[in-house]
Design a protein around this ligand. Structure first.
Ligand code: GLU
Length: 504
């Protein structure tokens, strides 16, 4: 039997200390695409060692967000919070024993040592270095205590953290995106605390123990972790396990090239979801955030991305988050969706609008289906369908005289225009009208005739009708809008508009 090569295993390791972040989504996507391209396994591990800041609500938000995007784990923590796989547990909060076990091994090999320094002593050390304008760095003082003496003090109950000895020399990262990066271990801040005095493990340690235990072959993560990687490499070496390959993804930047951050930018995935961005469009956009197809193709499905993704085309320079492009991509995907599917995606937006009173009643599937042809060409966001069509689901339109009266007209002309159009509309528009869409509407020619006979510009008459029928100056095409509304509602709105102008 031939030997099976080691299978690729990648992971996304979110910390549930905030809502699901767009940067985490991008990292998850790149990991999944890389795994799919190479027949690997994509693992989700929850890094909840920071007990004070981690919450189950944030965890749920992240896991559900991953599932919604189609980035649910092959192995590890799934969208419903359950775990699958043979390398678990996959939540760091459940792995405490394992971290203490590995820490004990490092201690036994003298690769780590107990540190008895108090917080006050460490503060004094840090301030003394600060006064000399030196970067913070632990002196290594407790590293010189003879192991037997240290063990005696620990056994006697003296409080001690555990520090990993950072060996001197250069650490080389052979990064799949950035190439060779060399960092002097001198710059790493001195020996590293891996267990606090209360026995709780720290991030740099847990991440390495987990990556080793879970057989991770490729660590693909944001460039903000690049400065941590030398510490991780030294820990992998101390554990005597093979190093994974590393790939650091470019930072995501605001248009002004500052780092995209929770405080300054919209970073929560749920906010994009609520605005009506489609899963397909977000995946498409995120894939292009730091990676390029090497071609002009811009609209790519998850399947296509899985067939094309590679790390060679990941750029080193920061990737600017271009909201305009995201909206454009979303519009493309809205027009690509089959109508039945588009209806399903719009449904929650109409239901929410009915629930909070933006529209007066729930829109039926049949009504929505009828609207789709005019909606789908005109929106970039699902939520934009509501202001475009709310006039159809409203009992009363509030007419603003300032909008009703076209720029070149006065109130009297507007009243005359609406009165002249009224009988033609009464005659030409019934209930449950089919849409004529692209076809010429015979009513248009008739109303143009009315305008011409009176010496008006047809555009002015149409604007007055548009505002009378919908309350708005921007709507779907006028004749379709009026037919959708139906004759009875249309005429009563025209009458209300005339009455409003008479009292204005
Ligand atoms: N838990 C880390 C974070 O949320 C990720 C660590 C890693 O990918 O190595 O940033």
């Amino acid at each position: 039997m031939s030997e099976t090569p080691a299978l690729m295993r990648v992971r996304i390791a979110p910390s549930p200390t905030g809502p699901f972040h767009i940067g985490t989504a991008r990292t998850a996507l790149f990991n999944l695409l890389y795994a799919r391209r190479h027949g690997g396994t994509y693992i989700v591990r929850v890094e909840d060692t920071d007990v004070a800041r981690s919450t189950t609500d944030f965890e749920r938000d992240i896991l559900e967000g991953l599932r919604w995007l189609g980035l649910e784990a092959d192995e590890g923590v799934r969208g419903d919070g359950g775990e699958i796989g043979a390398h678990g547990p996959y939540r760091q909060s459940a792995r405490g024993e394992r971290y203490r076990e590995v820490a004990a091994e490092l201690l036994a090999k003298d690769l780590a040592y107990p540190c008895f320094c108090t917080a006050a002593e460490l503060d004094a050390e840090r301030m003394a270095r600060e006064a000399r304008k030196l970067p913070p760095r632990y002196s290594g003082r407790c590293g010189t205590i003879a192991p037997a003496d240290a063990a005696t003090r620990v056994a006697a109950g003296e409080s001690a953290a555990l520090r990993f000895r950072i060996p001197a020399g250069a650490v080389v990262i052979d990064d799949l995106v950035r190439g060779r990066v060399e960092i002097d271990a001198e710059a790493l801040g001195g020996d590293l605390v891996i267990l606090r005095a209360d026995g709780s493990p720290l991030y740099h340690f847990t991440v390495v123990v987990d990556d080793a235990d879970m057989g991770i072959t490729h660590v693909i993560r944001g460039e903000d972790h690049l400065s941590n990687t030398p510490k991780h490499i030294l820990l992998f070496q101390a554990l005597g396990v093979p190093l994974p390959r590393f790939a650091h993804l470019p930072l995501i930047l605001n248009p002004d090239r500052t780092k995209m951050s929770k405080r300054k930018s919209q970073t929560a995935l749920a906010d994009y979801q609520a605005e009506g961005f489609l899963q397909e469009a977000l995946i498409n956009f995120l894939a292009l955030l730091g990676w390029s197809t090497g071609s002009e193709d811009e609209i790519l499905s998850m399947d296509e991305l899985q067939g094309r993704f590679d790390l060679e085309h990941v750029q080193k320079a920061g990737a600017v988050f271009d909201r305009v492009r995201l909206e454009w991509i979303n519009g493309q995907w809205i027009r690509k969706l089959p109508v039945d599917e588009l209806l399903l995606r719009l449904r929650p937006f109409y239901d929410a609008a009915a629930a909070d009173g933006r529209i007066a009643r729930v829109a039926s599937d049949a009504e929505l289906a009828k609207l789709l042809p005019i909606i789908r060409e005109r929106i970039q966001l699902l939520s934009a369908a509501i202001p475009l069509t709310d006039f159809l689901f409203t009992d009363r339109v509030e007419h603003d005289p300032a909008l009703l009266v076209p720029k070149r007209w006065d109130a009297a002309t507007t009243i005359a225009g609406l009165e002249a159009a009224r009988p033609i509309l009464a005659d030409g528009i019934g209930e449950g009208e089919p849409l004529l869409l692209e076809a010429d509407d015979p009513l248009e020619a008739k109303l143009r005739g009315v305008a011409e006979a009176a010496g008006w510009k047809a555009g002015d008459l149409f604007m007055a009708l548009r505002v009378a029928a919908t309350g708005r100056t921007a709507t779907p095409p006028l004749f379709d809008s009026m037919r959708l509304l139906g004759g009875a509602a249309l005429l009563s709105r025209i009458d209300a508009a005339i009455a409003r102008l008479r009292t204005a």
